[in-house]
Ligand binder design. Sequence first.
Ligand SMILES: C[S@@+](CC[C@H](N)C(=O)[O-])C[C@H]1O[C@@H](n2cnc3c(N)ncnc32)[C@H](O)[C@@H]1O
Length: 245
Amino acid sequence: MQTEIGRERSGTGRLSLLSGLLTDALASVTVPGQAPLVLDCGGGSGAYAVPLAAVGADVTVVDISADALATLRRRADEAGVSARVHAAQGDVESLVDLVARASFDLVLAHGILEAVDRIDETFDGIAAAVRPGGLISVLVGNPLASVLARALAGEPAVALQELRGLDTAGPRIGPDTVQRLCMRAGLVVESRHGIGVFSDLVPGSALDAPGAREVLAQLDAEAAARSPFADLAGRIHLLLRRPLD
Ligand SMILES: C[S@@+](CC[C@H](N)C(=O)[O-])C[C@H]1O[C@@H](n2cnc3c(N)ncnc32)[C@H](O)[C@@H]1O
């Protein structure tokens, strides 16, 4: 592994933390001497796919947007990794028709579960794509965090509505939904981290003091797995393992 995935792209705590989690996940599924096979569902323009290919993974990106895939191809080309990045235009709700079952070491589902209509079927397709012993990396928005964000933004009425919405039928997709789907699919939750616990709440203008951004990133990292802070993060990252058969 040459670098941590995406770490060099940004100094923000969110990316640093996530890139570290992905680096570890990739290492954990890599067979020595073989390029790990990665599937990025709704991978868009390659924010994860290109850095993953840069550290030696062979990455297939499924995305519904032709524009996003065009940007992905250009970025892969510029990074000199186009031979290891494969773009497939399609709907992740029909993943079973697009990719072979049990064929990937690591499957990413970042910011995509919120975008689909048939969540159960989509998740089953994602779970079926990973090989036994492989990992699924899920990044999902956190409905709890949006209540907090609305209140802090001076919108208490919207915050109240969102708070009440948490208990009603058909709540927004969030980490609890993922945990339920996971149990149903027989996957094991290996880790759960809050991403951007504090940095999503602090305005950039409050970070002018020298070193403040770095300390905030450290604060985010140290709170990422610590309840109750982690439960209030804007996005939650879950690492799911498909048990060996
Ligand atoms: C919020 S972006 C996330 C992009 C990337 N995964 C990331 O985390 O930076 C959602 C992506 O999912 C794609 N998308 C939305 N619905 C889709 C679907 N049903 N099938 C495949 N891709 C979809 C969009 O085109 C977009 O690129």
